[in-house]
Design a protein around this ligand. Sequence first.
Ligand code: SF4
Length: 380
Amino acid sequence: MNIYNIKINLHLKMLSQISDISDVLDKALSGQELSYHDGIKLFEETDMFLLGAVADQIRKKLNGNLITFVSSYYLNYTNICAASCPLCAFYRKEGDSDSYVLSTEQIVSRTNIAIKEMGATEIHIVGGFHPRLGLDYYEKIMMAIKKEFPNVVIKALTPAEIFFISKLTKNSVKEVLSRLKDAGLDSLPGGGAEIFDNEIRDVIVRGKCSGDEWLETVRQAHEIGLKSNATMLFGHIEKPKHIVDHILKIRELQKRTKGFTTFIPLKFSLENTELEKKHLIKNESPSVYDLRVIAVSRLLLSGVLNNISVYWVALGKKLAQIALKYGGNDMVGTAFSEEIFKAAGKNTGTSVEELVNLIKEIRMEPAQRDTFFNIIKKFG
Ligand code: SF4
């Protein structure tokens, strides 16, 4: 047992005199699976510094000292959306002066820049629910990218987009996924999960698939061999019970499919959203809450899904550094050309060098990974 374990155990003993939460932390440290009620307790009773120390200890046991990121380029192919989610600052309607749809040529041209000038290994393609783009639009994009750049990973279309395309084109989800995989799709981003609970979902999204439909779409993607990320949008109107419920649903699906590569808790960005304009939410969540969500995610998913990603675009770079000491082991990526959080007022610019420095500043070891968490390069 090292000094770190000793300190944690001492702290646990002290805490056990004033709280029963040490049982839950003990369970987590010994690798036992936590229950729904354990998750709720972690939110309501725990000293957040102790929670962070336990999450960090588990992170270290599972992931060592490496903090990873992928060199990714974001391509938001359209901002036109048939939905109108109150949480979203990105969408436009057809005919709006700043609405757009990228052509296949534009997408290949940007991919060329992303790979040759920026060193991207992954093209992350997401957009609005365009009401008139057929399946052939997406197939053409993927085939054109793979023709020019056979080795780049295409991570495209959230499960929510896949579900929408399936309804729009009257193809089954399986048919859509299979055709896109044949065209070059390698992996799915995890967006659109938001919060699975229907009551919360009904307030923050409008015109998007249900939580169950999101989960079933992902299950089918995993079934045909596609990997995906899992996400959760927090920091709006949810309560701890919704967070715990959401994470446990991800955990259960991961046990069945083993298809998730990472879990990304996404902090909600308020600016320019309907939720802000209608004064339904006045402030973004406090940093202590954000850190607690990261730590609880680590504890609840430990042993089942061992990558917890910290999305610096939403958290901010400095808080992201601290989150890497609260259970996170991955910084997602460079997110070159990100537009969705930018629309909600976030600074989305970075470089590989900056991510490496941010990780080194907290005395961890930076490593560039690919989409599937294979290490490409360590930075010492
Ligand atoms: S969150 Fe996605 S589905 Fe909802 S309005 Fe924005 S772009 Fe459309």
